[in-house]
Ligand binder design. Structure first.
Ligand code: P6P
Length: 337
């Protein structure tokens, strides 16, 4: 395997970026990668097992939990519990935060927020799904970690990443020193560095939004969509519309090709649909580290005050110049949210 660098080797090599690191964050990232490999194995054979389809459970979002959602959630929580580097887990699938009350985790200094299987409505139709995670250092320095440790602004993240279970399975993450992508080589069971120092193009021709909600969008979004559709060679329009319905897959494509992903407020979702803590903040951290931009149409996602675990936010994210232009339409045609 000459020249191949595994995720484990990369993490150890980069540990030097954190002079005071004693290896906890490195071990935490590897705990997440182990769970990702296990989830990947089940996602890859979901069609063959009685593991797809709905459970009778409804999660905090009021969505029917897919069996693979539940399985993925269990795998990540179990890996974090046994790894001992995380004291609190916040998951899309759990109403409240999970305090890991074990000897090895009680004094752990990291908090993990996770969407274990984003885009799960695509599971049964064999379309790419993803995992999104965000890592914070606990604020409190003594005693039991509490909800306050979990409700931190996006700017406080020490790391964030996603796994996209697609044509190939990739793990993409940042610790605040750029973004690196690793592709799973099933023949050796290792994530291998395939996309070093990922950068999103400043411009792009792809816009991702669920146009079925057009009538419910703010006026600024409607005007921006029409702008994308106008014929104009000088500005490479009309743009291409691509919407997978799995945010991670849409974002991964946009990081590589350039583009904008928008999930705005709608009449049905006045605060937006996507969750701030375990979807918008990690994605915003990654995209900013890749040279892109992430706002709610008016202000930076990472600066958003966090009031509750399952708080929602609008998100305009991707190529910097595309997001800036969409914001211009928002400020010209919409009231501040
Ligand atoms: P809609 C999946 O449920 C998700 O959270 C994102 O992955 C995806 O981009 C969005 O919701 C799709 O939502 O309303 O367009 O089906």
């Amino acid at each position: 395997m000459s020249g191949v660098k595994t995720l484990g080797q990369f993490i150890i090599e980069k540990q030097a970026d954190f002079p005071y690191a004693k290896g906890e964050l490195s071990r935490l990232l590897r705990d997440l990668a182990i769970a990702a490999k296990i989830v990947n194995r089940e996602v890859n054979k979901a069609g063959l097992m009685d593991i797809i389809g709905d459970t009778e459970d409804i999660n905090v979002q009021g969505e029917t939990q897919k069996k693979l959602d539940v399985y993925a959630n269990e795998q990540f929580i179990s890996a974090l519990k046994s790894g001992g580097e995380c004291c609190i887990v916040v998951s899309e699938e759990n109403d409240d935060y999970i305090y890991i009350d074990s000897e090895i985790s009680r004094n752990a200094k990291y908090i993990v927020a996770i969407d274990p299987l984003d885009g799960s409505s695509n599971i049964d139709v064999n379309v790419a799904v993803g995992t999104v995670f965000s890592i914070y250092r606990r604020k409190s320095t003594e005693g039991k970690a509490t909800l306050r440790d979990a409700l931190q602004k996006g700017t406080e993240q020490v790391a964030a990443g996603y796994i996209v279970y697609g044509a190939s399975t990739m793990l993409v993450y940042t610790t605040g020193v750029g973004v690196n992508g690793f592709t799973l080589d099933p023949s050796i069971g290792e994530f291998c560095l395939s996309h070093p120092q990922m950068k999103i193009p400043k411009d792009g021709k792809i816009y991702s939004i669920n146009e079925g909600n057009y009538k419910r969008f703010p006026e600024g979004v409607k005007k921006y969509i029409k702008y994308c559709q106008v014929e104009d060679d000088a500005t490479n329009r009309p743009y291409t519309s691509r919407y997978i319905g799995s945010m991670v897959a849409d974002l991964h494509r946009n990081i590589i090709k350039g583009g904008i992903f928008i999930y705005p407020t709608t009449a049905g979702s006045p605060r937006g649909k996507l969750r701030l803590v375990y979807e918008c903040n990690p994605i915003a951290f990654i995209i900013e580290q890749a040279g892109g931009r992430a706002t709610n149409g008016f202000s930076r996602i990472l600066d958003t005050e966090v009031d509750s675990l399952h708080q929602r936010s609008a998100i305009f994210v991707g190529s910097e110049n595309m997001v800036l232009l969409a914001e211009k339409f928002m400020s010209e045609y919409s009231e501040d949210i």
